[in-house]
Structures are given as structure tokens and as C-alpha cells.
Write a protein that binds this ligand. Structure first.
Ligand SMILES: Cc1cc2nc3c(=O)[nH]c(=O)nc-3n(C[C@H](O)[C@H](O)[C@H](O)COP(=O)(O)OP(=O)(O)OC[C@H]3O[C@@H](n4cnc5c(N)ncnc54)[C@H](O)[C@@H]3O)c2cc1C
Length: 334
């Protein structure tokens, strides 16, 4: 499929998924005697929840999904749309109470019923995600621990939201409606298992090892990796991979770096790494032979997407790494 068609296809599918709960609300049997505002608040809650569920697909690094846009754009979208989704979810209880202030008791996390308490757990998890993400640097949260908490809170939010939907019960009033909601939540948890368990399991067969660490100008090193017992993987110049320098592919620490070597040398790939924090500052001390695992290639920033007779490259700082890969690849293609 061509990239533009593929891009529209995924946007269409995305809209369809996000709006599906509203279509489901219209399918009989529908609860009777409920006013417009109450129904609107439920619809907003459902759309917000589905948006959160879709976030799990966006971060699962499926190349077919990310290829038309680039994973960097997808991650930026993930950040923005998650805020909108949480906003919609907050509107759900707010409208319910404004519509009928006697329902305010539902907002008491220690009172209310089980349905409202599960909603609280889900909402607090979402708020913790938002606060820890927006203020991560100001709160000085370690990146790896923030990522782990992001995942745990995300799963908690989706599981407890599903419990809330089931316990409220009004829109899970047939077997298949209930099955769709439970199936959606299970699928999202499954995606996390895929990313954090199944993918690392597969990476065990595709080990790499450090072949060289070279000092470059400034605080930058070139890290060269060679495949162990496999042929490596093809990539486009400008793309990047998540690197784990660890004895196990299940390590929670992984960092994204752009390839700086030619796309024609897949038996030895290189990355230009600038010292910025604890991981990147230690690159110069990594011994040759250290085991590595890669998740890649990812990214849409490549000259191969924009064939032309010539290019002008403008780079700042370590942004030079993908440009080095462009230049080296172009020399090899001459
Ligand atoms: C697509 C992409 C390509 C990149 N390519 C290069 C490159 O070619 N060369 C290079 O030197 N740097 C590159 N970076 C930046 C590099 O990933 C971070 O500098 C590095 O992960 C910092 O880790 P640290 O532990 O040394 O620093 P820390 O002090 O832990 O982090 C410094 C900042 O880097 C970011 N960061 C830290 N860990 C991660 C992570 N696992 N994933 C994403 N961001 C993280 C966070 O914003 C953090 O605040 C790239 C980043 C991205 C997203």
C-alpha cells in the first residue's frame, strides 16, 4: 500500500475505533428515561476511554502503523491526544454531577458504590500519568522508572475503567457488548505483554555485541555493534533503533539512537552518542564484547522517502548522526 493511502487508512480506522462506543450506545437495548446530559457524559467517557486504549496500539511500535508518519510524530501525537482523552474522561463525572447535584456523593472516593470507586482508581492513575509526564523533568523523575510507572499506571487505568464500565452495567447489557469491552481491555494488556515480554523473547535470537567504542569530537562517542549469529537487519539512512546494552533483553533500560553508519553496512552498524545523562555519559567505558539488543529500525526521517538529485542538510549538535548516515550511504551508492 502506498504511504499516503496507508496514512489515510490508519486515520480512518482510528476514527472508527474511537467512535465505535457511540455507535454501540445506539444499539438496542438502550437504557430508557435518561436525559441528554447524562448520555453526553457517558459518550464523552467512552470516547476518552477508547482514546486511552488506542494509546496502547500507538506505543506498541508496530512498523505498519508508524511507517506512514514516523514514530517520533506518533509519540508526539500520543502525548497530545492523551491529554485530550483524560480531559474527556474528567468531563464524564463533572457533567453527571452538574446535571443532578444529588449525585455528588458518587464523587466521594470512600463512599459511593463499587462502580464509582473503580472509576476513581482509574482516574487517579490517569492523573498520575499526566502529572508525572508533564512535570517529569521538574520532578526530577528518573526516565526508566518514569517509563515503568507509566506502563503500570496505564494498565491499572484501563483495567479499572473496564471494571467501572462492567459494574455500571448500563451499556454492557448484552453479552456481545460486554464481550467487546472486556476484549478491548484484554487486547490492550496483551499489547503490553507483546512489547515487554514477547518482543524481548524474540530479541534473544538476534543478539549484537559491541565491536568498538570510538571517541569523536566533543562529548560524543561512536558505538559500533556487530550481529552475533545472524545477518543484522536492513535500515534506511536516518532511521534509529532502541538500544539495550544489557545481558538480558528484558532489561527495562533502553535508549533510542540514530544510525550514523551507511545503510549498506548491515554487518556493522554505528551510532553517534552524545553524553547527556547517566547512560550516554558511560558509553566511553563500555567494554568491547558487551552484549546488546536492538529494537528497530524505526523512524521516517530518511532521504529514501524523498528521492532527489541532491540535498541540503542542516544539523545542530548530535543531530548530525542521521546526516552522517545519509552522507555515508550516498557515498556507498555512488
Ligand atoms: C528518535 C530519537 C533518536 C535519537 N538519536 C540520538 C542520537 O543519534 N545520538 C544521541 O546522542 N542522542 C540521540 N537521542 C537522544 C537519546 O536517546 C538520549 O539523549 C538518551 O536516551 C539520554 O539518556 P541518558 O540516560 O544518558 O540521559 P538522561 O539524563 O536519563 O536523559 C536525558 C533526557 O533524554 C531523554 N531520554 C532519556 N532516556 C530516554 C529513552 N530511553 N528514550 C527516549 N528518550 C530518553 C529524556 O528526555 C531525558 O530527560 C535520540 C532520541 C530520540 C527520541
Amino acid at each position: 500500500m502506498n504511504r499516503t493511502i496507508s496514512g489515510f487508512f490508519w486515520i480512518g480506522l482510528y476514527l472508527l475505533i474511537v467512535l465505535t462506543p457511540i455507535f454501540m450506545m445506539l444499539v438496542p437495548p438502550v437504557p430508557s428515561g435518561r436525559g441528554f446530559w447524562l448520555e453526553l457524559s457517558v459518550a464523552l467517557g467512552f470516547v476518552g476511554l477508547t482514546q486511552i486504549a488506542v494509546q496502547f496500539i500507538l506505543i506498541a511500535r508496530f512498523k505498519r502503523v508508524t511507517a506512514p508518519y514516523g514514530i517520533d510524530i506518533i509519540l508526539r501525537y500520543h502525548r497530545q491526544i492523551a491529554l485530550l482523552a483524560v480531559g474527556l474522561i474528567i468531563m464524564h463525572p463533572v457533567i453527571i454531577v452538574i446535571d443532578n447535584p444529588s449525585r455528588a456523593s458518587l464523587l466521594n472516593p470512600f463512599g459511593g458504590n463499587m462502580a464509582s470507586r473503580t472509576a476513581w482508581v482509574s482516574l487517579l492513575s490517569l492523573l498520575a500519568i499526566v502529572i508525572s509526564s508533564v512535570f517529569r523533568e521538574r520532578l526530577k523523575l528518573n526516565y526508566e522508572w518514569w517509563r515503568l510507572s507509566h506502563l503500570v499506571l496505564g494498565i491499572t487505568a484501563i483495567v479499572f475503567a473496564q471494571l467501572h464500565v462492567s459494574m455500571a452495567g448500563l451499556y454492557t447489557n448484552t453479552f456481545w457488548k460486554h464481550a467487546i469491552w472486556i476484549g478491548t481491555a484484554a487486547l490492550m494488556v496483551g499489547l503490553v505483554v507483546y512489547l515487554r515480554v514477547l518482543k524481548p523473547l524474540r530479541q534473544r535470537a538476534f543478539t549484537w555485541q559491541v565491536a568498538e567504542v570510538r571517541q569523536e569530537r566533543g562529548d560524543t562517542h561512536t558505538l559500533a555493534l556487530e550481529p552475533v549469529g545472524h545477518e543484522g537487519f536492513p535500515f534506511q539512512p536516518g532511521q534509529f533503533a532502541w538500544i539495550k546494552l544489557a545481558s538480558s533483553p528484558f532489561s527495562i533500560e533502553e535508549h533510542p539512537f540514530s544510525f550514523s553508519s551507511s545503510a549498506h553496512r548491515i554487518d556493522r552498524i554505528e551510532f553517534g552518542i552524545k553524553a547527556l545523562g547517566d547512560f550516554s555519559s558511560g558509553i566511553g567505558d563500555i567494554p568491547v564484547g558487551t552484549r546488546a539488543y536492538l529494537d528497530g529500525p524505526h523512524g521516517a526521517f530518511s532521504i529514501d522517502r524523498y528521492p532527489a538529485v541532491g540535498y541540503v542538510f542542516i544539523a545542530g549538535g548530535v543531530g548530525i548522526t542521521p546526516i552522517m548516515s545519509f552522507l555515508r550511504t550516498m557515498v556507498d551508492r555512488e
